[in-house]
Design a protein around this ligand. Sequence first.
Ligand code: GLA
Length: 700
Amino acid sequence: MPELHRITAGGVALVVDTSGDDPVVVHWGADPGAVEIDPALLLPAVARSMFDEPVRPSLLPQLARGWRGRPAVRGSRSGRDFSPRFALTGSDGDAATLTLRLADPEAGLEVEVRLALAPSGLLLVDSAVRNTGDAPYSLEQADVVLPVPAHATESLDTTGRWIREKHPQRRPIQQGTWVRSGRHGRTGHDATAVIAAGTAGFGSRHGEVWALHLGWSGDHESYVERTAGGDTVLGVGELLKPGEVVLEPGGEYRAPTVYAAWSDAGLDGVSARFHDWLRARPSHPTSPRPVVLNTWEAVYFDHDLDTLKELADTAAAVGVERFVLDDGWFKGRRHDRAGLGDWLVDETVWPGGLTPLIEHVRDRGMQFGLWVEPEMINEDSDLAREHPDWISKPGDRMPIDWRHQQVVDLANPEAWQHILEALDAILSENAIDYLKWDQNRDQLELGHDGVASTREQTLAVYRLFDELRRRHPRVEIESCSSGGARVDLGILARTDRIWTSDTNDALERQTIQRWTELLVPPELVGAHVGPTESHSTGRVHDLGFRAITAMFGHFGIEWDIRQATDDDRDRLAAAIRVYKAQRDLIATGRMVRMDHPDPAVQVTGVVAPDGSRALFSIAALATSANEVPLPVRFGGLDPDRAYRVELALPLGPNAVNERTGVAWTDASPLLSGRLLGVLGLPMPILNPEQALLVTLTADA
Ligand code: GLA
């Protein structure tokens, strides 16, 4: 084993100094080539009033090595062994992976950290803490911490709330710790997509950026920390409650996988690492993403077979391929106060079961999808009346209600088995292609037998998904959580789509999708054309803006299109034809988010990996400070190819009127990728909340 161990893939390198007994990541970023340097030359200075040896953030930053930031591993044996001194005991690896084993025999602890660079350049970190002592050890936290260089001076994370997920927030990195904690018992609406640090002013397409993501759907923390010593680190880890993880002698805690991306091409480069890695998974959906119609904003709880059949007919006529029956089909579920837990078809509303609707849908060539919320229970349900002890609680007291519902204690094996069999029965007895799996409440006080159980619950939920998928491998599953409150790579390991947000307001969606897609590739990001007047904001948007916004995701409809005008239905059908022609590109291309100089305009694109074609939307989010729109540049194209530039949407004669128009929208010119990237094209005047969709096709 060399003293400076370098692993490399996809143009990224990680260099670990293993010359002493305290492994230190000395570099994560651009590949420096062979690191032929004496590790001692990389040691920092020692100040006069300081520890008498150089201090660096160890692979496991720890008090015993002089680290005055957050220690990576925290815990104790009733107060003892509070400060382990981990020393390297062994390591192995190859060109792209490195496993390091560390131990403190006196404290009775061992840690194993596996660092693996995927071909996309995404770094995966898996770690475990073992109790080798002879008394129980209470673990408080086990973080993964990676250093970033001092020239990373700004941080970025995302936050949000219901119907407003994934909004970015940026700050200068100063001494101290900026921590994003999630105590929702689920990922959370405010959960950050990544915790990132970058060079001054880094943007979508420029600057160096380092970013971490925790693949976990329970409580979590993400932070950026700069010490007075001058070190900057990024850290993430599961957030544990007191007593939640007590390792018996020989016991082990396995931390959720941490994903780390470095880019010298701004945030688009970070996305490329995540998207490439996700797309390379054997489980990644590769069939063309079907156009969805979801019934929620069309009929809500008002289920009626004839109405739904009519909706299915209308859906099939405009080109829908997957019809999803949302909440309201099961026993007692006439409103959101009752029924959760009773996963049987409501015979009063569905006297013939779901089969008549399913057959109607399938006869029209569409797949059938069904909504479930398996982790939840209404107190007004047969399940709660029969098994009141199956409700997760901190002790004897009930947690506060949220949407009138509580949580099934899935750490209870009987409750878990019951829910599994109920779901299995639904899928076995009905011809169902797709489940929309919802989770609609924060769960702050999850408890099993009086002990905090967020971790146990999260693992039990994962096991439920895994077993159901094993039994029904052809059923696709969407992860929904009051919109986008469960968007993380832990849930995405077992699902095929996320519901991004409960808002279908296209203006809100422009921002939410842009920042969700920092992490998640668009083909997994549910995006629906909602009603003309948004149910979440009351805004009224033209169909063109709604359809172009939904195009950069997994396209669907959530609108009672029986009530739409004939003209709107024709335009919707036309937009669906455009989506179907472009969806392979959307599912495989590189995301391009231009750093457009006008904050009122958002330019989003996808460019085919071979540069043969691209799709861009130009969306006016607000009124502009400029009388006349600034030219839009198209990034990511092959500079040496010529592209035919065509307006794909809106369609129709008045789409871009003469007075506000520009010549190229009619001329469909053939222009070089270099010119389009450097000069760009002038834009027609758009009203706020209007958009254009442009296709660029390389000349054969
Ligand atoms: C949540 C989901 C919605 C819808 C409702 C049904 O809010 O995010 O899409 O399924 O539940 O109750």
